[in-house]
Structures are given as C-alpha cells and as structure tokens.
Design a protein around this ligand. Structure first.
Ligand code: AMP
Length: 204
C-alpha cells in the first residue's frame, strides 16, 4: 500500500505514521528525517539543506525528489510506504506521479490531517517545552519564528496539494486535533474503503 500523509507542521503526522508503520508493516519515509540525516553528514548539499530548514523554508524540489526517488527503490519499500512530509508542492506531487509511473506503481490513498492554526501554535510551543524539560535537544525549526514560516509555506504551497489529490479521488481527510487514539481510529475507518488496505473485509 502506498500512502501519502499530508498536514501542517505539528498536526501529528509523525505520531500517526509510526502507528501506520506498525499496523501496515511498511516503512515511513519522512523527507524531513532524510534531510536532517543529510545535514548531519555536513556535506555541502546537507549543509545547504540545513540552512534552509532552520528558516522553515522548503528545500528545492529537485533535491527532495532525488532523495525520495532513490529511497523508494530500496527493498523495504517494495511492497509499499508511507510518505510523510512529501509532496509539499504541486511540482513535487506531479514528479511523484511520474516517478511512480516509471515503476508501474501508483498511490493508493492520501490522508490529510486537518487542524486549526491557533491550536497548532500552542501544540508546537508545548512540544518544544516538553522536549526541553526531558533534556532532549529541540529541533532548531521548532521555534515560533521558523514555525510561523513553516505554517505560511504550508498554506501557500502545500495546501493546493490536497486539491490535486482530491481531484484524483485519492484524498481522505481526518480531524487531527482529537486524542491520538481517536485520530488513529478515524484513519483506519477512512482507509477501510481503500481496496489494498489489509484490514478490509475483516469486519472493520
Ligand atoms: P518536517 O520534518 O517534515 O517538518 O520537515 C522539516 C523541514 O525539512 C521542512 O521545514 C523543510 O525545510 C524540509 N523539508 C521536508 N520535506 C520537504 C519537502 N517535501 N520539500 C521541501 N522541503 C522539505
């Protein structure tokens, strides 16, 4: 099963992706994680990406598409994957279609976690404060200024991606601000109508 998880920063995509990984047995492909790993190598390309990410802006489409294209060819992604944080622009969505078509593959569904922006700002402040209390390092784009940019970028560049998938009949929208278990249950309900969903026909 090939899924895309859409939603603004702080909507809970990472949490729900982890649960989907456990349930579906397919990997979560987070472009944010892949780019952070590239940045940690301190290669010139990684450092360029890190600088863009710290401002909350988007890394160029060709860079991200190349990263995703090689990642989906790894053997663990052969029977499916959950794309988390990609595509984030209409150009990336079109490129993903092309990359999948080359491989005779297509997406099964796109899940969007919908959340209110004020609630998101509170959530991100809480996330940073909790991580600091646990003595963990806080992502350097989880500060109010970079977060505001990430939210603006989402509104301008990523929100149209939902419409792209709605027009193709792939979009499933789930309210993201409910308790975590309720969101997971709603996602399962939405996916139950997808032909390749493993829980289908099992009385759900
Ligand atoms: P995330 O972990 O998904 O919140 O991503 C963190 C940052 O990585 C984003 O704010 C962007 O700077 C960059 N990034 C992640 N995915 C993409 C993408 N699909 N296109 C461009 N930049 C991305």
């Amino acid at each position: 099963m090939r899924l895309v998880l859409l939603g603004p920063p702080g909507a809970g995509k990472g949490t729900q992706a982890t649960r989907l990984v456990a349930h579906l047995g397919i990997p979560q492909l987070s472009t944010g994680d892949m780019l952070r790993e590239a940045a940690a190598t301190r290669s010139p390309a990684g450092l360029r990406a890190a600088e863009i990410m710290s401002r909350g802006e988007l890394v160029p489409d060709d860079v991200v598409v190349a990263v995703v294209s090689s990642r989906i060819d790894r053997s663990d992604a052969s029977s499916g994957f959950i794309l988390d944080g990609f595509p984030r622009t209409l150009a990336q969505a079109a490129e993903l279609d092309r990359e999948l078509a080359f491989r005779d593959a297509k997406l099964d569904a796109v899940l969007e976690l919908k959340v209110d922006e004020d609630a998101l700002l509170n959530r991100i402040r809480g996330r940073a404060a909790e991580a600091a209390m646990r003595g963990e390092s806080v992502r350097n784009d989880d500060n109010p200024e970079a977060f505001k940019t990430r939210l603006d970028v989402y509104r301008r560049q990523t929100a149209p991606v939902s419409e792209y998938y709605r027009a193709r009949g792939l979009l499933k929208v789930v309210a993201g601000l409910e308790p975590i278990d309720a969101v997971t249950a709603n996602i399962s309900n939405e996916l139950a109508s997808v032909p390749s969903y493993p829980g289908r026909g099992a009385g759900r």
